[in-house]
Design a protein around this ligand. Structure first.
Ligand SMILES: Cc1cc2nc3c(=O)[nH]c(=O)nc-3n(C[C@H](O)[C@H](O)[C@H](O)COP(=O)(O)OP(=O)(O)OC[C@H]3O[C@@H](n4cnc5c(N)ncnc54)[C@H](O)[C@@H]3O)c2cc1C
Length: 478
């Protein structure tokens, strides 16, 4: 799926063909596994990373590189579940995860990483009041830098009537996602970790003090095993894989769009919508990189070139037809509760997984927590204990998950259409009133007084329709 590393890197990451004894064995060389490896090696442990395919083979080598604070789970739900104080602690850890990525993603450590600042989360519906309360919550209680953007400001930078208000995160940033995962591997190796590709873990025995790990061509012994295999972990611990709902997400980059792109999109950071449908940004000056469609089964990414081009046109009709230059996809693991799986399953057996669509800051945070717990006894990973390993329902759950996803997207599309309809109706009403005023002025008459609607007793008033809360995906990504 992703570009293979060059020959030099390949020689440095061979298949494991001899038996080995280490302090920590990490299963999986995605963002999660590599961050644990880097941190543990920096703290002085001997580390081996076993990767069944190659570094960044799945989602980690196919993400869009947007780094924001927070989790996939909306902040309100987080507070409802674990209370205000623990939510603040978790939120602060998620910000530290983003800081960790920033500290690694320098041109010096990762040449060509192309870090740029700022992300904008836009609402598909009019959500002024919810926006204000969210801004207050994030800035006052969660110490996060945010700015509220009015509709005009959003539409000044994104020429579409699809988006309304926005929340701007000046300290969020974006990087070249593929370069980051290979950069992490290089840093981990430089810190002393050994990375073996083409080395699937087929089973392990975690019962003793020294754990045993089996691969087709060699055996390992380690004091700690860290499972960072995401949805592909498979046989070594199938029950763990089944706590994740796999969701394949597809993304594309357009051919150069020339000046027409600058006429329509001037915002240079990442844009996500609050319903988690679209996620895009400008790359290489005049191309759009865009993630949108999802499936709960593995499909060929090329199938989504047409749908992504149509989606771009739906949001930005003024762009006209766009040619898609490259399409790719990767599978993210969603948990039932929406929070990542971070912690110790039994003595010396760790899990770091389930990062969903927001894996950069959260996997960085998890890597630090686990490495520090193993080597320093830092117990903060226990903040994640309320989020247990819940069975995601296997194939039946996946179909249900897909239907729920479709329903969510369908209802958000309907809410967006309704909001645009209301906006057009209000504009028509304003024009009609202006014409009426002008006609009255010319005729020298005063406008007729509008009849006051009769006040109905409270119990007779119609109840407002139940609406889904817009703005419920703070910090959420594609
Ligand atoms: C299109 C797309 C866009 C995204 N954009 C963003 C974004 O902008 N920002 C953001 O924060 N997140 C984004 N994400 C989400 C992010 O990519 C993921 O959350 C993150 O990469 C998950 O990392 P991981 O290491 O847990 O899993 P993976 O990347 O799946 O890595 C797990 C690795 O473990 C290996 N493995 C599994 N089982 C075994 C075994 N038994 N033996 C050996 N190896 C094994 C696999 O081969 C794999 O390489 C995006 C995802 C997609 C698909």
């Amino acid at each position: 799926m992703t570009a293979r590393p060059d020959g030099a890197d390949m020689r440095e990451r061979p298949r494991l063909s001899f038996d080995l004894d280490v302090d920590i064995c990490v299963v999986g060389a995605g963002l999660a596994g590599l961050t644990v490896a880097l941190e543990a090696a920096r703290l002085g442990a001997s580390v081996a990373v076993l990767e069944g395919r190659h570094v960044g083979w799945n989602a980690s080598g196919h993400q869009l590189g947007t780094v924001m604070p927070g989790f996939g789970l909306p902040i309100g739900e987080l507070i409802a579940r674990i209370g205000f104080e623990d939510s603040r602690e978790l939120w602060s850890l998620s910000k530290q995860g983003a800081d960790y990525v920033r500290a690694n993603a320098t041109e010096e450590l990762m040449p060509g990483i192309a870090l740029s600042e700022g992300a904008l989360e836009v609402s598909n519906v009019e959500a002024g009041e919810q926006l204000i309360s969210r801004l207050q919550m994030l800035s006052e209680h969660f110490e996060t830098d945010v700015e509220g953007w009015q509709v005009d400001r959003v539409r000044d930078q994104l020429k579409t009537d699809r988006y309304f208000h926005g929340v701007y995160y000046p300290k969020a940033f974006q990087i070249d996602g593929r370069k980051y995962v290979h950069g992490l591997a290089a840093l981990a190796r430089r810190a002393g970790a050994r990375i073996f590709e083409d080395t699937p873990v087929v089973s392990f025995d975690a019962s003793g003090i020294r754990k045993r790990i089996v691969t087709p061509s060699a055996r390992l012994r380690a004091s700690h095993i860290v499972l960072a295999g995401n949805i592909h972990l498979g046989e070594p611990l199938r029950r763990l894989s089944e706590t994740l709902l796999p969701v394949w997400r597809y993304a594309a980059v357009t051919a150069p769009l020339g000046e027409r792109l600058a006429e329509v999109v001037t915002f240079q950071g990442s844009v996500t919508d609050t319903d988690g449908v679209d996620h895009f940004r400008i790359v290489d000056g005049d191309r759009l990189m865009w993630a949108s469609p999802e499936t709960t089964w593995a499909a060929k990414p090329e199938r989504f070139a047409g749908p992504i081009a149509r989606r771009i046109r739906t949001i930005f009709p003024r762009l006209g037809t766009t040619e898609i230059a490259e399409v790719w996809g990767g599978a993210v693991g969603q948990t039932v509760h929406g929070m990542p799986q971070i912690g110790q399953l039994r003595r010396g057996l760790w899990v770091t997984s389930g990062f969903g669509r927001q894996g950069l800051n959260t996997s960085a945070m998890a890597g630090q927590l686990i490495a520090r717990s193993i080597l320093w006894g830092d117990e903060r990973w226990r903040l994640f204990s309320p989020f247990e390993l819940v069975w995601a329902g296997g194939p039946t759950g996946r179909v249900a998950g897909h239907l729920v996803g479709m329903w969510g997207r369908g209802s958000s599309a309907a809410a967006g259409a309704l909001a645009r309809h209301r906006e057009r109706a209000r504009a028509r009403e304003r024009i009609r009133e202006a014409r009426l005023l002008e006609a009255n002025r010319q005729a020298g008459t005063r406008p007729p007084r509008r009849p006051t609607p009769p006040v109905r007793p409270r119990h007779e008033r119609p109840r407002p329709p139940v609406q889904t809360e817009p703005g419920e995906g703070e910090g959420g990504l594609s």
